[in-house]
Design a protein around this ligand. Structure first.
Ligand code: HEC
Length: 151
C-alpha cells in the first residue's frame, strides 16, 4: 500500500520535503572510484528550490530579462539567423519570458547553479564579447526558474 499516487493537480514534484528521504544517505558505500570525467554531462538539474515560506525577490523584470539580454541572446535570439547564432540551436531563443519558460529545465541544466551543482556549460567557453555569469547569477537564475519564473 504505498501512498504515492499523485494524480491531478500536478502535485507530483519530486522534491521530497523531509520525510522518508533520509535513510540510505548515510553510510559510505562510496561511489566506487570511477570519478573520472566521462565527458561533460549537460543533463544534471541543479536541484534548486524556491525558498520555502518566503517570496523570492528575483523576478524577470529585476533580474532575468537583463541576464538573458546580455549573456544569452547574442546567440539565442529569433532575430538572428545562420552564422549570427554561433550554432545556437534554432529552437532555443530567449528573447522573452515566454520563450525562456519553454526551456526552463534545459536552461537550469546548462547554466544554473545551486549548492555544489554548478552547470556552466553556457555561454560556451569561447563566446566573445560576453560578460560571463557569476556564480551568484547562476544561482539566482536557477532559483528564479524553480520559483516559477516570477514576472
Ligand atoms: C556564443 C553563443 C552562445 C551564447 C552567448 C549562449 N549560447 Fe547557449 N548554445 C550555444 C550553442 C552553440 C549551443 C549548442 C551547444 C551544444 O549542443 O553543445 C547552445 C546550446 C544551449 C542549450 C541547449 C539547447 C538544447 O539543444 O538542449 C541551452 C539550454 C543554452 N544554450 C542556454 C544558454 C543560456 C542560458 C545562455 C546565457 C547564459 C546561453 N545559452 C548563451 C551558443 C550560445
Amino acid at each position: 500500500m504505498s501512498f504515492s499516487l499523485c494524480l491531478g493537480l500536478g502535485a507530483c514534484d519530486s522534491s521530497g520535503d523531509g520525510d522518508g528521504e533520509a535513510s540510505g544517505s548515510n553510510g559510505s558505500s562510496g561511489d566506487d572510484g570511477e570519478s573520472g570525467d566521462e565527458g561533460e554531462a549537460h543533463d544534471v538539474p541543479t536541484g534548486a528550490i524556491c525558498p520555502p515560506g518566503e517570496e523570492t525577490t528575483i523576478t524577470y523584470t529585476n533580474f532575468a530579462a537583463d541576464f538573458f539580454k546580455f549573456k544569452c541572446v547574442t546567440c539565442h535570439s529569433a532575430d538572428l539567423s545562420g552564422d549570427e547564432r554561433f550554432d545556437a540551436p534554432e529552437s532555443h531563443d530567449y528573447d522573452t519570458r515566454a520563450d525562456v519558460m519553454e526551456h526552463g529545465q534545459d536552461i537550469d541544466k546548462w547554466a544554473g547553479a545551486y549548492m555544489s551543482q554548478v552547470n556552466d556549460f553556457m555561454p560556451p567557453d569561447d563566446a566573445e564579447d560576453i560578460d560571463f555569469p557569476t556564480r551568484r547569477e547562476r544561482e539566482d537564475l536557477a532559483q528564479w526558474i524553480a520559483c516559477g519564473y516570477p514576472e
